[in-house]
Design a protein around this ligand. Structure first.
Ligand SMILES: [Zn+2]
Length: 336
């Protein structure tokens, strides 16, 4: 195998969801790390809590099999009540789909995806990677429009891997022009990420089991914290899949294309709307073969893997978003 294809590409810069990209940032302005993260520089830590025991499956009959081997998940996404995971909150029966909200990063009310039917509804709440472990809640509007009811859940702590890298300052500093471009693109992406459509494209909400957009080795780098020259960045918020340039990328669910572009960090990018705030993004594309407004079926071709943007080599970065929150795509797909 040629050396180039053995190389496992990764997203070098993780500033898509990072507010600051310069090294000369006062410590008081750095992105906050959770209180339980050791603030020790130049120390490699590789802590990954076993998430399996935290899986809470709401599948009927799942509890009946008290065997050593857990039953295969039958609901998608799987629930995982940790930062970067998904809470499945049962809402009970109702004639119409209940309206559920969660609080966003700026205390704004963000609509939440609700699946089910009149027999029983379930809210699927994306839990931010920056969430503080402990009690949390979403709110469901009361039928008569009176006070909203709280839907409590508890976020368990999870230690994601941490990686300390020392690189040339020039590598992590942006020129004023690049900084301005990045900020424009960040503002544009924020508008894309706020997309919430009631009607899914092609009835995507019938099943939220996704198709992996490209075959290939999946990294487990979701949530990875990177510290460049002692400065913490926001964590990696997607799944990197190793694949050579040119590999076709397929839509993971029925979708409507809501954005395409060539972005500074993410390179060639396509954003897909699967309905009710469930979005996916694919990045670093070498070819984009769709345009905004196109409606795609599951498995439909949309572009090709590449190494555009700030990356260390060709790969697909796949992000999955619920209620404007990047969650672990692995919860939407069967294990590799
Ligand atoms: Zn990535």
């Amino acid at each position: 195998m040629p050396q180039m294809t053995r190389h496992n590409g990764a997203c070098f810069f993780l500033a898509r969801d990072s507010l600051r990209v310069r090294t000369a940032v006062p410590s008081s302005m750095r992105p906050l790390l959770p209180a339980d993260t050791p603030s020790i520089i130049n120390r490699r830590t590789a802590l990954l809590a076993g998430g399996g025991s935290l899986l809470a499956l709401h599948a009927p009959g799942a509890h009946a099999k008290a065997q050593a081997t857990p039953a295969a998940p039958t609901v998608w996404p799987q629930a995982l009540l940790v930062p970067g995971g998904v809470a499945r909150l049962p809402l009970g029966p109702a004639a119409a789909r209940p309206v559920v909200h969660t609080q966003g990063a700026k205390n704004e009310q963000v609509p939440v995806l609700v699946v089910g039917d009149a027999q029983g509804w379930t809210a699927l709440v994306g839990i931010p990677l920056a969430a503080v472990p402990g009690p949390a809640h979403a709110t469901v509007a009361a039928a008569g429009g009176s006070a909203a009811r709280q839907l409590p859940y508890t976020v368990a702590p999870k230690k994601y891997k941490e990686q300390h890298l020392t690189v040339s300052p020039r590598t992590v500093d942006l020129s004023p022009e690049d900084q301005a471009r990045y900020e424009r693109e960040r503002d544009h992406q924020a508008l894309v990420m706020a997309t919430f459509t009631e009607q899914p494209a092609g009835q995507a909400l019938d099943s939220l089991r996704m198709r992996v957009p490209v075959p290939g080795r999946r990294s487990s780098s979701f949530g990875l914290r990177r510290v460049f020259n002692g400065q913490a960045r926001n964590p990696h918020s997607g799944m990197d899949i190793a694949a050579p340039t040119g590999t076709p990328i397929l839509s993971p669910l029925p979708a409507r294309v809501i954005d395409t572009g060539e972005y500074f960090f993410n390179g060639g990018t396509v954003w897909l709307d699967h309905g009710q705030g469930l979005l996916s993004m694919v990045c670093h594309l070498s070819a984009i073969d769709v345009k905004v407004g196109d409606v795609l079926a599951t498995g439909q071709h949309l572009g090709a893997v590449g190494a555009t943007g700030r990356v260390t080599g060709p790969h697909l970065h796949w992000g999955v978003m619920l209620n404007r929150t990047m969650v672990d795509p692995a919860l939407f797909v069967p294990a590799a």
